[in-house]
Design a protein around this ligand. Structure first.
Ligand SMILES: [Zn+2]
Length: 140
């Protein structure tokens, strides 16, 4: 499945977000009026209603704000994690923490954003434990 980047009815800010994600960049918005960060993309700041939004690349680190293990049969891929992650910029997004058992994902855990390229999701935003080594196996 490809992201609907050619949909003419998309909100322009969502279109920009998806275009950048397709290029491998995860961006959020920053309000130059009230200095708040925003995600999901919007046309106007939800905090001060100004349209003074600019795109920034977040640090990509944050903490698990809430976490749920979704049960799934092994033949369907097994259980997986659904977490809401609060980035250090203060915005929250729903995603998944990978690279560990879903039950091991804990609220308050430091995580790091990754953009995965899979067959079903060309650019899927996921998280891994922040202390996961960049390469090689993770030894608990
Ligand atoms: Zn604002």
């Amino acid at each position: 499945m490809n992201l609907p980047t050619d949909n003419p009815h998309l909100e322009p800010s969502v279109q920009t977000y998806l275009d950048q994600l397709n290029l491998g960049h995860f961006l959020i918005q920053h309000c130059t009026s009230c200095k708040a960060h925003l995600f999901y993309p919007r046309r106007f700041c939800i905090h001060c209603t100004e349209d003074s939004l600019e795109w920034i690349k977040p640090k990509g680190t944050g903490v698990v704000y809430s976490t749920t293990t979704v049960r799934r049969k092994p033949e369907a891929g097994g259980d997986y994690d659904v977490s809401i992650v609060e980035l250090d910029e203060g915005v929250r997004l729903m995603s998944t923490v990978q690279g560990m058992a879903p039950e091991a994902v804990k609220i308050g855990m430091r995580v790091r954003l990754q953009i995965l390229k899979t067959e079903s999701h060309p650019h899927k935003v996921v998280f891994i434990a922040a202390d996961t080594p960049p390469t090689g196996e993770h030894h608990a």
